[in-house]
Design a protein around this ligand. Structure first.
Ligand code: LLP
Length: 436
């Protein structure tokens, strides 16, 4: 298990200052917590830009369509749009969000197993770059909608290559039994059908085998199958122009060895490099995961005899669902300078929600912290705020962006205020009592 010192050393955005404690992109986290309270999500614009540029440099010529689902705040999308990113969206909401943040339609891909007729119509309204179709049924629906409008949809078929990504079962998408994509055995015949359907331009293939993939072997296995399929389709006279390689590149949460962007790029190039394809990727987690943290406060520490101390935070599973959902490990560090260096003892760190699964970390070395001490839950940018709920009538946490304006030191801006309690029921309708 990573020690607090290792957690800091391994993350570019973090530093420990003897005076100010934990800094995120140069800003003392204590300042942010005092200014805006806790729990609060904090995003680093610098980290986001650095990661986007690193990925782009590793993959020259490959279009980057950011998977909006990982973190969809307009400010985040706007930064990525400015960097030249496209978007991978999976709902009408994400499509409109991406457009609202300035991502041009010709850089938008629409993925997802459950696109409805209105979703497909919206994609046609916006004339987006590509719709990744996941089933014969969706293909026929899209063909009917596009033909009725006298237009053509640019389509890629998302293929299920039957490859195990070797990641957590709940975030695996490329095995034969998973609900995603067209079984590879049916791909050639459906592609031929797509090419002949009215209202459809069959332009390529797509694949996404899962998330938090930290080896290149599963990528290579999937891409090799897709490259064979490209050759097979071309041999039978079909045009295959685009290949969307999906997302899935892992980040180290606990010092695990990682597949680097350069290794992912090499897997893509070795499979598809010689095939004269327009290549795309759909990364989410790798771009935004390390660019976000969740700031929280200690409510109290409970000590029951010999058992481990239990620190109750004001952040919970309704804020960060990942530990409860996927048993995921997030580093949790104290923020004040003294607490960072004090002797640690194995501690359970929990939230106040009335569920046994509301545990953020078990047996984690942590210095004894006084009530109201701040802690930072790291690598929470991806699938953090977007998956939060108001369970237990807990308002959604505030969101803050750390950014450096030209020539000035980094400062921070509130980009979403903490939800107020009254707005929790703002849209609820109280029916008139019967007989009134
Ligand atoms: N493309 C498609 C079609 C996807 O379904 C996903 C993620 C991505 C791209 C981006 O994958 P990434 O690069 O972020 O791995 N909530 C889970 C992760 C769910 C991933 C869903 N699909 C978690 O917190 O681990």
């Amino acid at each position: 298990m990573e020690s607090p010192a290792e957690s800091i050393a391994g993350r570019e955005a973090l530093q420990a200052s003897p005076l100010d404690g934990l800094l995120f992109e140069g800003v003392p986290l204590t300042q942010i917590a005092r200014a805006h309270g806790t729990p609060t999500w904090v995003y680093g614009a610098g980290t986001l830009r650095t990661r986007f540029r690193r990925l782009r440099a590793a993959m020259p010529g490959v279009a980057i369509h950011y998977a909006v689902k990982a973190l969809d705040h307009l400010a985040i999308l706007a930064i990525l749009a400015e960097e030249g990113a496209g978007a991978d969206v999976v709902s009408a909401g994400e499509l409109i969000r991406a457009r609202r943040a300035g991502i041009p339609p010709d850089r938008i891909i629409f993925s997802g197993v459950g696109k409805t007729a209105p979703d497909l119509a919206l994609a046609l309204d916006h004339d987006i770059a590509q719709i990744n179709v996941e089933s014969a049924e969706e293909l026929h629906l899209l063909s009917a909608i596009a033909a009725a409008r006298g237009t053509r949809a640019r389509v890629a078929l998302r293929i299920n290559p039957d490859v195990d990504a070797g990641t957590h079962a709940k975030i695996s998408t490329g095995r034969a039994g998973d609900k995603f994509g067209i079984p590879i055995a049916q791909a050639a015949s459906l592609y031929a059908e797509a090419a002949a359907l009215p209202g459809i331009t069959a332009q390529g293939l797509a694949v996404h085998i899962g998330s938090q993939i930290n080896r290149t072997a599963p990528f290579t296995a999937a891409y090799t199958r897709l490259a064979d399929l490209v050759r097979q389709l071309r041999q039978t006279g079909h045009r295959v122009a685009t290949l969307d390689c999906g997302g899935g590149l892992a980040i180290p949460y606990n010092g695990e060895p990682q597949a680097r962007p350069e290794a992912w790029a090499a897997a893509i190039q070795s499979a598809f490099g010689g095939l004269d394809l327009h290549l795309a990727i759909e990364p989410g987690r790798w771009l935004v995961g390390p660019a976000g943290i969740l700031l929280a406060s200690v409510i109290r520490t409970r000590r029951h005899g010999q058992a481990r101390p239990i620190v109750v935070l004001d952040a919970a599973m309704n804020d960060l669902a990942r530990p409860a959902l996927y048993d995921s490990w997030h580093a949790i560090l104290p923020v004040a300078p003294g607490h960072l260096t004090a002797d640690a003892e194995p501690t359970d760190i929990v939230g106040p929600v009335c569920e046994s699964s509301d545990i953020l970390a078990r047996a984690r070395p942590l210095a004894p912290l006084p009530d109201n001490a701040f802690v930072a839950i790291l690598d929470a940018g991806a699938y953090g705020a977007v998956m939060s709920s108001t369970y237990n009538a807990r308002p959604q946490a505030a969101q803050v962006l750390v950014d450096a304006r030209a020539g000035q030191p980094a400062g921070f801006t509130l980009i979403r205020p903490r939800q107020t309690i009254e707005t929790l029921w703002r849209d609820e309708i109280l029916p008139e009592p019967a007989g009134a």
